[in-house]
Design a binder for this molecule. Sequence first.
Ligand SMILES: [Fe+2]
Length: 279
Amino acid sequence: MGRPHTEFIAAQRLPWEKVPGDARADCQAKILSIDPERGDCSLLVRYPAGWRRGAEVLGCDEELFVLDGDLTIDGHPYREHGYAFLPAGHGRRDAASRHGAVVLTFFSAWPRLASTAIKSNAPAIQGLDSIAMDWDTKDIDPGLAFMGIRRKTLRVNPEFNQRSTFLIATAPHNHPKGWKCPTLTHPCVEECFMLGGDLTGPQGVLHTGTYFWRPPDVPHGPFGSLNGSLSLIRFVYGRHINVWGKEDVPYTFTPEHRPVLPAHLAALGREPYRGTMPY
Ligand SMILES: [Fe+2]
């Protein structure tokens, strides 16, 4: 079935609820998107202060990026913007959060406890402090040069040997030359969580805490930014290739708010979020 096109929803609008599956029953989550059959999901997981866990194994990949607070897994400390990828079957000795944490988390299937018999070929990435990493400007598509893009690669997907999870910063005052350019399409899912600033596209203005899940082969853009932006992007379920449209599409910093939303989010996303909460 897959996950429905969700472009876009402010996390601030979503309720805290039970974490799907059984692996984080003592935490709460905002469900950004989920496949109701396979259970793969993107969540904000809220760990309470004093949370502790002994040895455990999950039956799915867990990819995490700390938004706020502290989390320690197997002696690796994660603070704001700390990142990890723990593949299915990866045994953990212990984990804890002293002051509590809110963690952007991607599970590749229902987040359930499992035995070590499950093995993934994907290598674990642990203890990455993204704030300490250098920005790079390698391999930017010339068609996106106007955005002033810089990136930090968090994970390379070994299946395609290409960057699949990364931070992307775009410059302020970036817009297509002449206020028009073609759309872009990828044969894979593109997923985004806004960490700061603003990004403006045809569905509206994405601010901090905004999320989208765009299925493969959906033409999108153009995008630009008035004040600059910082976001986490994932390209999943396929190889990332840029396929440009043939015709120019007009661009504006002041589009109408008209997100594409599944029925269960339609009411929550009808109006732009104008508050000051970060998520
Ligand atoms: Fe894209």
